[in-house]
Each structure stands twice: as structure tokens, then as C-alpha cells.
Design a protein around this ligand. Sequence first.
Ligand SMILES: NC(=O)c1ccc[n+]([C@@H]2O[C@H](COP(=O)([O-])OP(=O)(O)OC[C@H]3O[C@@H](n4cnc5c(N)ncnc54)[C@H](O)[C@@H]3O)[C@@H](O)[C@H]2O)c1
Length: 340
Amino acid sequence: MYLALHKNQNDLIIVAYSSFKQFYTMRKILITGGAGNVGSALTAKLLQDKNTLVTVVDDLSTGSLSKLDLTKTNLQFIKANSNDRQEMTEIMLSGRFDYVFHYAALVGVKRTQENPIKVLDDIDGIKNILNLSKNTGVKRFFFSSSSEVYGEPVSIPQNEDTTPLNSRVPYAVVKNVAEAFCRSYHQEYGLNYTVFRFFNTYGPNQTTDFVMSKFIANALSGQDIPIYGDGSQSRTFCYVDDNIETTITALNKDLFVNDVVNVGGDVIVSILELANIVIRLTNSKSKIVFLPPLKDGDMTRRQPDNSKMRKILNRELVTIEDGIQKLINAPDFLKQMNLI
Ligand SMILES: NC(=O)c1ccc[n+]([C@@H]2O[C@H](COP(=O)([O-])OP(=O)(O)OC[C@H]3O[C@@H](n4cnc5c(N)ncnc54)[C@H](O)[C@@H]3O)[C@@H](O)[C@H]2O)c1
């Protein structure tokens, strides 16, 4: 038996592996932002493989430990700022990770608009973690970019290769710069990467900073449903399971190596339509209220060309109605929203 010392939040815990060899042959994965909406779902799925050791690094700024199953012995959690060079150096030198999923970021349209300098700090984190990945033998670096890199759409649907990028707001600029860093690290040092451009992704672990969870929480508690502008701005929505199946298949089957892939749903829904669907499915008496449009960053339209993603999933995506039903019936979501 081999006993390894792991740091779990603030405690050191001893984990028993059947052998020294077992520990060293385990697949070691670092997930920054792993206590967030998408990161926690990715963590939970990866932990199902007993031969995978997942290390989550998160500063818990928008994430929460309640989204992680800390009883899993193949999970370790480290509270740290992924933009802090010294902290990340210690973590990555000792972790010797095979794969890195860099998902930590300052997110949310309002939060990023209110903190335009702090958003740009994420560039430091991306650069440091890429550098450490290159120096510690990471086999592939996965990055959560965003549909925001396309900015106000030049054409619809937005294709990874042919649609010009139109990043203007700081959050989008950061994602665009990060993609450039991935390509450059590959070109100069041979570090493999995959860039996922996520389009609106919702799930039981999302905070109410985002339109889907906010509308459902408000509808279930009978509060007004606020819409910025006239609600004609349109989006597509992706249930988190579709996102996670795509990204884990990309990892396990060596797909999209040194490539970019849109990860999102392709059914266009206006924000006003979304509010009405939520009201209907929750059987709510909530009223829709219209607020002044956001100053910047609320794109009029967005729709991915998701043919690359569809090809590997090879099944229908979760419909918006089914996704909303899943949330209404998810105890984790209802607990997070203080609805039970
Ligand atoms: N969910 C979406 O619709 C969507 C769309 C496009 C892109 N993305 C990207 O996907 C990633 C995950 O987003 P999410 O929806 O899960 O958001 P989230 O806010 O739920 O998750 C982000 C996580 O990162 C953590 N974090 C933030 N800054 C950090 C730092 N400096 N150090 C350590 N931890 C930090 C937060 O505490 C949180 O747990 C982000 O990079 C985001 O930009 C998400």
C-alpha cells in the first residue's frame, strides 16, 4: 500500500493507493475554476474514472465547495488564485499534471464590465499556466474561450475558421489573447492545446448572474423577470452535459488537438422567448419587466456552427425545454437558489 499526502482545502489528508505504481500511473488532471458551473461538472465526470486524479484550483470568488464532492479520494482541492505565479508554480511543479483545463476566469457580463482592469489580470494567469505546462511536461492544455470572441456577429452561424473575430470588450479581448498564446506556445514549444469556444452553457451549478438560472430562480419564487432592452437579443443555450461529453470525448479520443471547437447549442431563442418558456414550464405568475439596455457587451445575436461538436457527440443535443425541466427537478440547483 502507498500513502500519499493531499491537500484538501486547508486540511492535509492521507489517501491510500493500492501501490506506489498505481499512484504514479494515474492520469493527473488540473482543473482551474473547478468549483464553478462548468468546471465542477467536468470534475464530477472525470472523477468517475478511478484511475484519474483530479486537482481543482479555485479561489472560490464565484465558485463554491458545495459544487464538489470532497469525499472522493481521487479529488484534491486547493484554494488558490490561478493568476498568482508563485502559487501556481508550487502547485504545478508538485502535481506533474498530464492535462490542464484552464477554466478559471472573471465571468458575467455585469461583473466584467464593472471590473475592466481585473478582467485583464486573467492574461497573466493564462501566460503563467501555459509556461508552467510547457516546463512540466503537460501533454495538452485545454482552454475555455468564449463565443464573445466573435463579438457583434459579422455572420451567423459563427464558424471557428471562417468567421472573423470581433473582440472588443475586455473579457472578449482576454479570451482572444489567450487563444493566441495557445497557438504561439504550440508553434514555438510544441505544447499541444485545444480551445473550446463555449456558448451560453447552463446547468444545476450555475449562479444567478446568468440569464437562464436567474429567470428560473425568479420564476420559481414568483419574482419579476428582468430583461435588459426589448428582449429581441438572441442566444443559443447548451445544457452542461452536452458540453462535458464534448470536452471529455475530445480528451479521451485525442480529438481537436491544436484546434478550436465551438461548444454550444444551435437553436436560436430570443431572451423574451426564453422568459416566456421559463414562465410556461414553471407555471409561474412572475411578470416580465423591461430594464434599460446594457451599455456594452450584450450582443444582438449569437449562434455557433457546432458541426464539429455534433459530429463527435453523434446524438441530439438536450432541448431547451428538457434542460429547463432538468434544472427545475435538480435538488442541487434548487438548494443553491435557496428554493428548498
Ligand atoms: N458558462 C458559460 O456560458 C460560458 C460561456 C463562455 C465561456 N465560459 C468560460 O468557461 C469557464 C467557466 O465558466 P463558468 O460558467 O463555469 O463560470 P463560473 O463563474 O461558475 O466558474 C469560474 C470559476 O473560476 C473561479 N475563479 C475565477 N477567477 C479565479 C482565479 N483568479 N483563480 C482561481 N479561481 C478563479 C471561480 O471561483 C469559479 O469557480 C470560464 O473561463 C468562462 O469564461 C463559460
